[in-house]
Design a protein around this ligand. Structure first.
Ligand SMILES: CC(C)(COP(=O)(O)OP(=O)(O)OC[C@H]1O[C@@H](n2cnc3c(N)ncnc32)[C@H](O)[C@@H]1OP(=O)(O)O)[C@@H](O)C(=O)NCCC(=O)NCCS
Length: 153
């Protein structure tokens, strides 16, 4: 498959958002994943998120960045008809290399426990589950999430 990969920029937003909304199980909310939210994220992390294009269409994307200490992968998705060709693994490797270039040594991510496909992908990619920590979170203000079959409401 003749896939092209490039760093994600603000102008990729429409294609990336369409990919996310066509991918069940993505934890998408109305502020961080809005055009403004992604613009802000890319401004802060301009080199570490990537898109995969097939004949000019965005068919895969990874949103990744860091806080100066830890890398974080926020979203990864590949359109179902393009899966199992190594697109997601290539995106992960590109993001990890770009993070390393930024002086980052470790990368974390969150998955819904019910996302079996996602979790088996991350197992294969060597991302281990930390059993010794709790993930704690507090929203600063209310967020609206898209319906998600994996989320415990
Ligand atoms: C998880 C996801 C991103 C994986 O995307 P992908 O492009 O299919 O991933 P890859 O092709 O790199 O690897 C997936 C599988 O294809 C296999 N593969 C990789 N290259 C291959 C190739 N050239 N030919 C055949 N199979 C290949 C991998 O070994 C892996 O095997 P597995 O299914 O037995 O685990 C995709 O399924 C997806 O978008 N899921 C929905 C969103 C989601 O859950 N994201 C994760 C949130 S935590």
């Amino acid at each position: 498959m003749n896939m092209e990969y490039k760093v994600m920029t603000e102008s990729d937003y429409d294609g990336v958002y369409e990919l996310w909304t066509n991918t069940p199980g993505m934890g998408i909310n109305n502020t961080d994943d809005s055009r403004e939210g992604i613009k802000k994220y890319i401004k802060r992390n301009p080199t570490t998120s990537f898109v995969a294009l097939f004949e000019g269409q965005i068919v895969g994307a990874i949103l990744a960045g860091h806080d100066g200490r830890r890398g974080f992968i926020q979203h990864i998705a590949v359109l179902s008809e393009f899966r199992k060709h190594g697109v997601a693994s290539t995106l992960v490797n590109k993001a990890m290399n770009a993070l390393e270039e930024e002086g980052i040594h470790k990368v974390a991510l969150l998955t819904f426990k019910k996302n079996a496909l996602g979790n088996s992908f991350w197992d294969k990619m060597g991302f281990t589950v930390r059993e010794d920590v709790y993930y704690r979170n507090k929203n600063i203000h209310e967020l609206e999430y898209r319906a998600n079959p994996y989320r415990n409401e």
